[in-house]
Design a protein around this ligand. Structure first.
Ligand SMILES: NC(=O)c1ccc[n+]([C@@H]2O[C@H](COP(=O)([O-])OP(=O)(O)OC[C@H]3O[C@@H](n4cnc5c(N)ncnc54)[C@H](OP(=O)(O)O)[C@@H]3O)[C@@H](O)[C@H]2O)c1
Length: 305
């Protein structure tokens, strides 16, 4: 089965390329090769590749910059999605799209269900919600996967930022009153592979009777502070960090950022696990595995230089 992945070079696309086995014919295109904002570029790429499934891993993900770059955020996260949906419809291929926990306002105190009413509180969240709707309005059998707090060995993310700060600072202060769930991009890619494989096995009709939205993160709950402490402790255990610097829990009000974040954005995965049969793994276990892989990759690249 031929699969076209957009956003090559991003965290998720990189893991998708790693986890999709050889039985899939994977074509991944970067923003320079396929700009999803450009409808002609989208149509041309889909016509040339002729995929059975398009996985949209492309997005404008700079949450704070989006506040001042609203137009660009909506161009990529909404128009880009609509372009993909129209092109997939015309070509008769399926679309798996990735969205965010930031479609919710964070006012709930228990995990968000798929059917909870979205109410984004920043530009990025609003653009991603428009993107979801842009897709499901056009494509009857689109799959939208909402995820959160994604990290991997590629690109910029909280884990890599923390490791770098912990190597260079005497102490850190980290927000303790925003609660969510960290997600290793590799685990998310495994989930997407599972969904894509169902298409291949001809279960598409029963699995996806209408546009379907899944919630997918790793299991468990954490504040950014909890996450930072786990990164420090595992970093020490694995020899990535030399010393355990103090980490102070602070409220978000003491660390103002351009974009407001939901104070609680844990996604409920029970429905997704039940309907797909794919189980989540606790975020701390996933972080442990990511750091092992990251250490191995660092050793390999040091050996090369
Ligand atoms: N990262 C998170 O914490 C997080 C949380 C919740 C949901 N998500 C969602 O998860 C998905 C994957 O995120 P990620 O962390 O892998 O993002 P990422 O690392 O920022 O990668 C995004 C990719 O999209 C590409 N891109 C940007 N504009 C494009 C365009 N116009 N046409 C084609 N490609 C374009 C970027 O290419 P360039 O570098 O060349 O611009 C980059 O390769 C996204 O839908 C994101 O919204 C992420």
């Amino acid at each position: 089965m031929k699969v076209l992945i957009t956003g090559k070079g991003g965290q998720l696309a990189t893991e998708l390329i790693k986890v999709f086995p050889n039985k899939f014919d994977v074509v991944a295109l970067s923003s320079h090769e396929l700009d999803i904002v450009d409808a002609e570029s989208v149509e041309r790429s889909i016509a040339a590749v002729k995929p059975a499934i398009v996985i949209n891993a492309a997005a404008y993900t700079a949450v704070d910059k989006a506040e001042d770059n609203q137009q660009r955020a909506f161009d990529v996260n909404y128009l880009g999605c609509e372009n993909l949906a129209h092109a997939c419809k015309a070509a008769g291929c399926s679309l798996i799209h990735v969205s965010t926990d930031f479609v919710f306002d964070g006012k709930k105190a228990t995990p968000y269900f798929v059917d909870d009413v979205p109410n984004p509180i920043n530009v990025y969240g609003a653009s991603k919600l428009r993107g979801e709707r842009g897709i499901t309005n056009v494509l009857e059998d689109a799959v939208v996967i909402r995820t959160a707090w994604v990290y991997s060995g590629t690109g910029n993310n909280f884990v890599k930022t923390m490791l770098s700060l912990m190597q260079n600072k005497p102490e850190l202060s980290v927000i303790c009153d925003q609660i969510g769930t960290p997600t290793w991009a590799n685990g998310l890619a495994q989930f997407i592979l599972h969904i894509a494989s169902k298409y291949g096995e001809g279960e598409r009709q029963s699995l996806v009777p209408k546009p379907v939205t899944y919630h997918w993160t790793d299991a468990g709950v954490a504040s950014w502070y909890d996450f930072a402490v786990a990164i420090r402790d595992l970093g020490i255990e694995k020899g990535i960090l030399k010393q355990a610097i103090p980490i102070n829990p602070i409220p978000a009000s003491q660390y103002p950022l351009p974009a407001e974040r939901p104070s609680f954005s844990v996604l409920d995965k029970t429905e997704t696990e039940g309907s797909t049969g794919f189980k989540t793994t606790h975020w701390r276990h996933q972080l442990d595995k990511m750091l092992d892989e990251y250490t191995e990759d660092s050793k390999l690249s040091e050996g090369k230089t």
